[in-house]
Design a protein around this ligand. Structure first.
Ligand SMILES: [Fe+2]
Length: 269
């Protein structure tokens, strides 16, 4: 048994690094660490959090603390909020109705590439990036239990920041057992998006900015989803299709400039 102070929890994914510091027994529930497994249980913002992982290779998920540090994290957070307030934000994702959601934003596509080495280390896999996506969740949003499409074989959900009284946990179904994870700004959950059902219950805060970064195993069954079947990162499939039409017909359909946002079922992570 290892105890630690809550208020700010241990920011490491490496077990056996904790020291006894508990001074707030009302918040502390339990924490233990083993050679290969870690488990944290605590109450945060009135929500019981249970994090338990034997690592990505064993369990198909892992918690990564402090993946994006300031000032980059704050920059991306403010950028996302301003994008949502710009009046040009797509809100056509049927998974979270009327919530600003962005596919293939240039900054987030760059983040997708930047974090690939870290994700490869944590997953033990050589990866190809597929696509990035971010949402600015609003009060009352719910993410229904679901699994992801093939481009999301290895997925990261990363908190860029939020305004709420407490953390908004994400849940995974691990062999029939629900497990919740508290991601503070800069923290991420790495998980097998195709295999593990995941969800979020109703959001009680004002907003929460979450970016999703997706990869496929270079040697796996979904490797053809590299760049989400686009020519490169940073472009939207609809534009890629228009370019193909342009090359084949040397003319762009008149409607081409009217709808550059993708149908939700193509974009949703
Ligand atoms: Fe998902």
């Amino acid at each position: 048994m290892v105890e630690f102070r809550i208020g700010y929890y241990v920011r490491t994914s490496t077990p056996l690094l904790f020291t006894k510091q508990s001074q707030d027994a009302s918040l502390l529930h339990r924490a233990w660490a083993g050679v290969t497994d870690t488990c944290f249980e605590w109450v945060h913002g009135g929500v019981m959090i249970i994090e338990k992982s034997g690592g990505f290779a064993k369990d198909g998920y892992a918690v990564l603390r402090g993946v994006v540090a300031d000032p980059a994290r704050t920059f991306l957070y403010e950028y996302a909020l301003k994008s949502a307030c710009s009046g040009k934000s797509p809100r056509n994702d049927p998974n979270v109705v009327d919530t600003p959601s962005y596919y293939s934003d240039p900054f987030m596509e760059s983040l997708l590439e930047m974090l690939q080495p870290r994700v490869e280390i944590e997953s033990g896999l050589q990866l190809c990036p597929t696509y990035s996506y971010f949402r600015v969740y609003k009060t009352g949003d719910v993410l229904k239990p679901h699994t992801d499409r093939p481009a999301c074989e290895v997925s990261v959900t990363l908190s860029l920041g939020y305004e709420a009284r407490g953390v908004w946990p994400i849940w995974l179904d691990v062999n029939g057992e629900p497990r919740s994870f508290a991601l503070e700004p800069g923290d991420a959950l790495l998980y097998r998006g195709i295999d593990l059902t995941h969800w979020r219950d109703g959001f009680a805060g004002t907003h929460s900015v979450q970016v999703f970064l997706h990869y496929v195993d270079q040697k796996g069954p979904w490797k053809l989803w590299k760049y989400d079947r686009r020519a490169s990162l940073g472009i939207k499939p609809v534009i890629a299709r228009l370019m193909e039409q342009y090359k084949s017909s040397l003319s762009v359909p008149a409607s081409a400039t009217l709808s550059l946002d993708l149908p939700g079922n193509e974009t949703a992570p």
